[in-house]
Design a protein around this ligand. Structure first.
Ligand code: ADP
Length: 585
């Protein structure tokens, strides 16, 4: 997540002298973290000190009993010994005792943003909004009792039920052939007719070839048949990415629990906080402005005049009907919407836009474009097709054409955040947010010369939701184009916040969306597969959810920046207690 901090924009409350966080306040901080010397050294010193003074005090005690001297009469060396005893005792308790007590008494906080007055805030906020929001959002975080008919099946048991691939002697022979190069690794699936076995053999052959272990990269637990010819070639396993949940996001009157696949600490918690602020303010509204996937082939002619002839032909409304009939033959769902042309000398770039139902639509639009190119060849035999994609589309590259014209789904999403929610949940003020947005997301981005990057971290949320829901993560480039606007409303008591995202490229059928885990995440959002009622409704809803989640993410990060909380929370949640140097050995 972005790590910029603008101290000049801190609200008044944030300018109060910061309290040093004591160990008692921060349950994740261990007392031993404060020691300036290596642990083994301080441990040795205090152990020695402790036992020496105990020995000394016991000896002098025995001596006093022997000489009938009262025990409370102590000399200076005994005073020093008693002080040393307490010091070493406190050290040893702190080191060995308090950490243990802390681990029993304290639990990590469920909400990264919670603070001393959070509970009070939530009471206040919930009084305003009589509706009780779910766990992670409001006061009641207790788990509901499990229904009697729902026995808990342990993950271990589920795993055991799956056959673990065991390599046979026959497999051993194939592995040797792959290592020797007599069987190509890519042909294993077709040769064996068993995708999982093929993956296991390829993996073993790879380990032998490279001499590197793949322990840690799971093989079991993925349906290898489901990725064949669709998602990934030559698989050897899969990478695990944790999925967190942000929400509920109250959007257009519906609640969505937004799955986010990420390894960036704070991101889900932060988005969750944004969802909470939106929810407590009555929800967000998202409007789909456009829905059309694009593909732009490049063709070359002998002269610029001929290229211009084709441009005029394609853009003439009289020809549109014929072209759309030809284009639409490719699919039940692909419907040509328009063609926009650009000329560079004698080269022509034709940007076809079409609706694609619930599919993200790259394949669909490409097929339609191919139909039209074949058709045009009759009237323009001198047209030389150089490539079905001439980068005027523009796919997976930052491009002004997407920013201005849109690609996929163009969405605007807005909310009015109540002033007290800004104060109590986001811990900042409307004024600070508006000022920071102007200086960072608008002016700062202009100074940097960004393309579609007038936001704080839209790509963080887009990428996490894309990975969780089986979208093409590389399309994060243009899908994250976003301008975030903030304005004070209602006499400065409320904050109008909006995100405008012209090129969100999502689908709920095709590609990675049909894989089990991604499909489960789509199901959670209620947008799994093709919409039965209105083709395209699921993917359009998904696009509005992406924009809504970005709105939440923008609100929360901007607030953290305005209140100067960012570094603190990152230090707390991105830095585990694990010794990374040991873990990597
Ligand atoms: P993409 O075009 O996003 O690359 P694919 O071409 O792989 O996706 O997947 C789209 C496929 O799904 C097409 O074959 C299409 O006919 C089928 N399909 C089924 N239902 C729908 C729907 N509601 N919207 C779009 N495509 C659908």
């Amino acid at each position: 997540m972005e790590a910029t901090r603008l101290s000049s924009t801190k609200p008044v409350q944030a300018l109060k002298p910061r309290k040093t966080v004591s160990f008692d306040e921060d349950p994740l901080t261990k007392v031993s973290d404060a020691l300036p010397l290596p642990l083994y050294l301080t441990n040795a010193v205090f152990f020695t000190l402790f036992f020496s003074v105990v020995y000394f005090l016991l000896s002098s005690w025995r001596e006093k009993i022997r000489t009938s001297t009262p025990l409370h009469v102590v000399n200076s060396s005994e005073i020093v010994a008693i002080l040393a005893f307490f010091a070493s005792f406190i050290y040893l308790m702190a080191f060995f005792g308090i950490d243990f007590v802390q681990s029993l008494v304290f639990r990590p906080l469920p909400d990264v943003w919670i603070s001393e007055d959070e509970e009070e805030n939530e009471v206040l906020l919930c009084k305003e909004d009589a509706r009780k929001v779910p766990c992670g959002q409001a006061l009641d975080c207790s788990l509901p009792p499990l229904p009697a008919q729902a026995p808990i099946v342990s993950a271990q048991k589920v795993f055991d039920e799956k056959a673990v691939t065991v390599l046979t002697e026959e497999d051993e022979e194939i592995i040797k052939s792959v290592v020797a190069g007599t069987i190509p690794s890519y042909s294993l699936e077709s040769k064996l007719g068993d995708c999982k076995r093929a993956a296991a053999i390829r993996r073993e052959a790879l380990q032998r070839l490279t001499g590197k272990s793949l322990a840690g990269l799971p093989l079991e637990g993925l349906d290898y048949e489901s990725i064949l010819g669709q998602c990934c070639e030559m698989p050897i396993g899969y990478v695990q990415i944790p999925v967190g949940i942000a929400g509920p996001l109250l959007l257009n009157g519906r609640e969505f629990s937004v799955p986010m696949a990420t390894t960036e600490g704070c991101l889900v918690a932060s988005t969750n906080r944004g969802c909470k602020a939106i929810h407590l303010s009555g929800g967000a509204t998202s409007v789909l402005l456009k829905d059309g996937m694009t593909r732009a082939p490049v063709v070359r002619f002998g002269t610029a005049k001929r290229a211009a002839d084709l441009k005029l032909y394609l853009e003439d409304p009289i020809n549109f009907e014929t072209l759309s009939v030809v284009f639409n033959r490719s699919s039940r769902f692909g419907r040509l919407q328009g063609i926009k042309c650009a000329i560079a000398g004698k080269n022509l770039y034709m940007r076809f836009t079409c609706s694609t139902g619930d599919a993200m639509g790259m394949n669909m639009v490409s097929k339609g474009v191919q139909n039209v190119l074949d058709f045009l060849q009759t009237d323009f035999p001198d047209m030389d097709v150089l490539g079905i994609s001439g980068n005027f589309c523009s796919d997976k590259k930052p491009a002004a054409v997407n920013w201005i014209e849109g690609r996929g789904k163009s969405v605007v999403c807005e909310a009015i955040i109540k002033g007290d929610v800004v104060r109590k949940v986001l811990k900042t003020s409307v004024e600070s947010l508006v000022e920071l947005n102007m200086l960072k997301n608008l002016t700062g981005s202009a100074m940097a010369g960004v393309l579609g990057g007038f936001n704080a971290h839209a790509s963080n949320i887009v990428s996490a939701v894309y990975i969780a829901t089986g979208q093409d993560p590389a399309q994060n480039v243009e899908s994250s184009h976003c301008i975030t606007m903030m304005e004070a409303v209602n006499d400065g008591k409320g904050l109008h916040v909006s995100v405008t995202m012209p090129s969100i490229e999502v689908g709920t059928v095709g590609g990675g969306t049909q894989l089990a885990s991604q499909s489960a995440c789509l199901n959670l959002l209620g947008v799994k597969g093709a919409s039965k009622e209105v083709p395209g409704a699921n993917s359009r809803t998904l696009a509005t959810i992406v924009a809504g989640a970005v709105l939440a993410g923008e609100l929360s990060l901007m607030s953290a920046l305005a209140a100067g909380q960012l570094v603190k929370s990152h230090m707390k949640y991105n830095r585990s207690n694990k010794d990374v140097s040991k873990a990597s050995s």
